[in-house]
Design a protein around this ligand. Structure first.
Ligand code: SAM
Ligand code: SF4
Length: 329
């Protein structure tokens, strides 16, 4: 294996998030406009064999954790084939997916058989009507069935992701803690601070405020800080139920100093930082015939140029270039 992917600030990169499509069967209010987006033409999307080849190069550079996301990864045709192509690289020891869960009841056994290890399922409300409103048409019953199917297929623990928006669903924080706690340790829960992508709609509820509300009802004990490579959540345990509770706080407790993630967009651009799109596109290099050494050099150069952080950008209210579905969350 080559030397690890180090940047100028000493951060080692072992985690790659891949957005496999910008399309989605939901239209969550915080992610997409009701009419959807102008989808990328299919020929602009990375093909499965291109993703598989890039994952091979990243694995050689020390990446061992991959997460498939989107858009909604399960709307891309034959997603199990991509799972199989990524899982086939022996260096990839942790392969996960973030999904809205809409088709998980059907797909979970096939994804597990193809080599998927874990899933995160987004669920922002436990009230069917509110769930449908937040996702603009999502069906809570299907997502709950998807969670059951994922657990039955061995994709454990299932981590539930909830984006909390002040005045929309912040009254359900304790309900979500109770729901997940009843099935701990097979379920874990992550609260994600709402990020004002592309608009200035600042209704984010800081993680510290959520923790204050939860700890007024439940004793919490902090879990050890994750090792670099385990993602940005700060985690606590609900003493009573044993539930692992994570807080992802891109706004209030940004984690740039330990950021070990790289994002491969569905158009083939790498994002070494959420707030910064790198060039040239790896897709263009691949299609121009670059060999693995050339891809490795290009990736190393982009990682070397990774900015120190994005906190000033987002707290200043400057929207990121690009959209969440291209970046993959
Ligand atoms: N469709 C899949 C899903 O919803 O889980 C995967 C893609 S989605 C873009 C990935 C994650 O980003 C989801 O957990 C979603 O809730 C979160 N997300 C989307 N827009 C967000 C925003 N504006 N602020 C915070 N999180 C957001
Ligand atoms: Fe689709 Fe996920 Fe965005 Fe919701 S958050 S619109 S499910 S990509």
């Amino acid at each position: 294996m080559s030397a690890p992917l180090l940047d100028r600030f000493g951060r080692v990169h072992r985690y790659l998030r891949i957005s496999v499509t910008d399309r989605c069967n939901y239209r969550c209010v915080y992610c997409m406009p009701a009419e959807g987006l102008s989808w990328l033409p299919r020929e602009h999307l990375l093909r499965y064999e291109e993703i598989g080849r890039l994952v091979g190069v990243f694995a050689k550079l020390g990446v061992h954790k991959v997460r498939l996301t989107g858009g909604e990864p399960t709307v891309r045709a034959d997603i199990e084939a991509l799972v199989g192509a990524v899982a086939a690289h022996p260096g990839i020891t942790d392969l996960a997916m973030t999904t809205n869960g809409h088709t998980l009841a059907r797909l979970a056994p096939r994804l597990a058989a193809a080599g998927l290890r874990r899933v995160n399922v987004s669920i922002d409300s436990l009230r069917p009507e509110r769930f449908a409103a937040l996702t603009r048409g999502g069906e809570l019953g299907r997502v709950l069935a998807g969670i059951d199917a994922a657990l039955a297929a061995g994709l454990r623990p299932v981590k539930l992701n909830a984006v909390i928006i002040g005045g929309e669903n912040d009254d359900e924080v304790l309900d979500l803690v109770r729901f997940a706690g009843e099935r701990a340790p097979h379920l874990a829960l992550r609260f994600i601070e709402y990020m004002p992508f592309g608009e200035r709609w600042h209704r984010s509820v800081p993680s510290a405020e959520l923790r204050r509300r939860i700890s007024a009802q439940h004793a919490l004990e902090p879990l050890p800080a994750p090792a670099m490579g385990d993602g940005p959540a700060r985690t606590w345990r609900v003493v009573e139920s044993g539930l692992e509770l994570g807080f992802i706080s891109p706004l209030s407790e940004h984690f740039c100093a330990t950021c070990n993630r790289l994002r491969l967009q569905n158009d083939g651009h790498l994002r070494t930082c959420l707030a910064h799109e790198d060039t040239p596109s790896l897709r263009d290099l691949l299609r121009a015939g670059a060999d693995d050494d050339a891809l490795e050099q290009a990736i190393r150069a982009m990682v070397m140029a990774k900015p120190e952080g994005h906190a000033a950008l987002i707290t200043g209210g400057v929207p990121f270039e690009g959209v969440m579905t291209r970046i993959g969350g």
